[in-house]
Design a protein. Structure first.
Length: 576
């Protein structure tokens, strides 16, 4: 270990600049890159002592050398690179070149002889058989640093070099090198996205919150009156006492509904939707919708507005799901309701526009690639509306005779049945997601006809179902292994949603390079959608670039299916 004093970096700069690999770690005064600062930067390289650089005590010339080093061509190894890169970017020490993230590498390996804990100490023990002490991780890095703190800081970066070597061997063993590169290439885009954040129209949000509170109260009063569980009695003071129902108790609500003659076995949303024509059920669903929105979003989202930036900076986990999809928190933008009144609260800043692009029917296109279904492939090649086509095939109509309602029903059929949804599930999914009421008989008929029409999909399902393989890969090679035979739904879902995740990550990595040097900001990704914010005068050109980049990214994995991206220029998220 070498604790660097002023004007000493030049002593090691040449060797470090020409090193192929640098392991880098940081110690910060907190977890927020806008409110807290980087104190130490530790750099380890094979054959050299670990440098511990105190950013609060170096000269300007050493600062410039460090900046040059971080921008150099060496592979930079981090653990949870996103965290370090956000702080270094905020400190005007941006990192360029290839990045290797030991945490993401471990996540890729988690089902292949890996572990489900990703702290550095966990990985060191699992892959290197070493126990390390993380006692000083949360110590005070803003004051006078102790010898123990400095030794702790130096050890972590040194450990990263050995850990990377082992992880590379494991990635090769399980044929995950290309997938790891995809994940690592996406890291800078995620860093930019989290640093940029999304702007919330607080005034409009508060109006919506007040409206939902009013709707919740009205629905609650109506339901308690109609579903009271006991007789009305007079109290000693002449007031009416009602044995009021607890609307949060599924047991009480179910019993009350059954007394009203509504045949239900439970009060799940999918069950209630089958009785949507009953006024009581409709109000109950409205009550739950308002209550859920208030509890999940309306009270919490404004608290996520950052006091420095005035924007919402969600936290994205790159491998948040087993399929490889992103997850999101603080707040979870992926769960913001699609309804106009919610999404119109997310806006572009003054003088800017939101460019919103999403892959058209990407999961169906992936299914067509996987199943080699001739009807689907031909439809996509002819640029036909696949939902209208399915509606026509299911109802024995010409394409121009298909109604809007029939196309909506076909959307539910397409997206539900590619994962082999059952009849009851399809019926509930159609109502819940697309507002389509579908009788059990019609759902059964549509399901049978779907697999008659799309025989390639049917054969693919049969092949997957009959396979006893516990190993599933996406079209990029992303691996998901099971200890036991996977569920049929999981076996269908993983390669489809996983490949979709691969495509969006490829697009994000490419997009960051395309937009380099511009004032355009990547601000969000929602499943198959990317949102950027651009100066109004550049919006049309940026929309073209976004569309081109996303479509090109798709061709890396879908070789026989054309990729289509829908893009628009808007003032808020709801205008998409």
């Amino acid at each position: 270990m070498f604790v660097m004093g002023k004007n000493k970096l030049s002593r090691y700069f040449y060797d470090l600049r020409h090193s192929k690999i640098l392991a880098i770690d940081t110690e910060t005064t907190g977890l927020d890159p806008w409110l807290h600062k980087v104190r130490l930067v530790q750099i380890a390289s094979p054959g050299l002592p670990v440098l511990v650089i105190d950013l609060w005590d170096i000269s300007q010339s050493d600062w410039n050398l460090l900046k040059n080093l971080l921008a150099g061509p060496s592979i930079k190894v981090f653990h949870n690179a996103k965290f370090d890169l956000k702080f270094l970017t905020a400190a005007n020490l941006p990192v360029y070149g290839q990045v290797f993230d030991t945490m993401l590498a471990a996540k890729l390996l988690r089902t292949a002889n890996g572990i489900y804990k990703y702290g550095l100490a966990d990985l060191a023990f699992h892959y290197l058989g070493e126990e390390i002490d993380k006692e000083h991780q949360n110590s005070d890095w803003s004051g006078r640093l102790t010898k123990e703190q400095l030794e702790y800081a130096a050890r972590d970066s040194s450990l990263l070099l050995r850990l990377r070597k082992t992880l590379v061997q494991e990635l090769r063993r399980y044929k995950l090198i290309e997938v790891a590169k995809l994940e690592f290439d996406c890291i800078p885009a995620v860093v930019e996205m989290e640093l940029n954040g999304f702007l919330l129209d607080r005034q409009r949000w508060d109006v919506l919150k007040a409206q939902l509170i009013s709707e919740q109260r009205e629905a609650s009063a109506y339901l308690k009156k109609e579903l009271q569980t006991g007789p009305v009695q007079l109290s000693l003071f002449g007031n009416q006492n009602v044995c009021a129902i607890n609307l949060k108790s599924p047991k009480q609500v179910l019993a009350a509904l059954q007394k009203k003659g509504i045949g239900l076995d439970n009060t799940s949303k999918s069950s209630l939707i089958t009785h949507i024509e009953n006024p009581l059920v409709k109000v109950l669903l409205d009550y739950r919708r308002a209550s859920k929105a208030l509890q999940a979003f309306m009270y919490s989202v404004p608290s996520c507005i950052h006091p420095v930036t005035g924007r919402i900076h969600s936290n994205y986990q790159q491998i948040g799901a087993s399929t490889g999809r992103f997850s999101c928190s603080g707040p979870n933008l992926q769960q913001i309701p699609r309804a106009k009144e919610f999404r119109e609260c997310f806006i572009a800043s003054q003088g800017h526009k939101l460019i919103i692009a999403d892959y058209s029917q990407i999961e169906l296109r992936v299914v067509a690639e996987l199943s080699r279904d001739k009807t689907m492939i031909e439809a996509f090649k002819k640029e036909q509306d696949i939902h209208r086509l399915t509606a026509a095939l299911l109802t024995n109509k010409n394409l121009d005779q298909v109604t809007k309602e029939e196309r909506q029903a076909a959307k539910a059929v397409n997206f539900g049945l590619i994962y082999a949804m059952g009849v009851k599930g399809l019926q509930a999914y159609a109502q819940e997601t697309y507002g389509v009421q579908m009788t059990e008989e019609k759902a059964q008929l549509f399901r049978a006809r779907f697999f008659e029409v799309y025989q390639g999909v049917s054969k693919w399902h049969q092949t997957v179902k009959s396979s006893y393989s516990r190993e599933i890969r996406t079209l990029s090679g992303r691996l998901r292994q099971y200890k036991q035979r996977p569920s049929v739904t999981g076996a269908y879902n993983t390669p489809v949603q996983g490949t979709s995740a691969d495509i969006i990550k490829k697009a994000m990595a490419m997009l960051l390079e395309v937009l380099s040097g511009t004032k355009v900001k990547l601000i969000a990704t929602i499943h198959d959608e990317i949102i950027v914010e651009a100066p109004e005068k550049q919006a049309i050109r940026v929309a073209e670039l976004l569309k081109e980049t996303m479509e090109q990214a798709g061709t890396f994995y879908l070789k026989s299916i054309p990729i289509v991206v829908d893009v628009g220029v808007h003032d808020n998220w709801a205008e998409k």
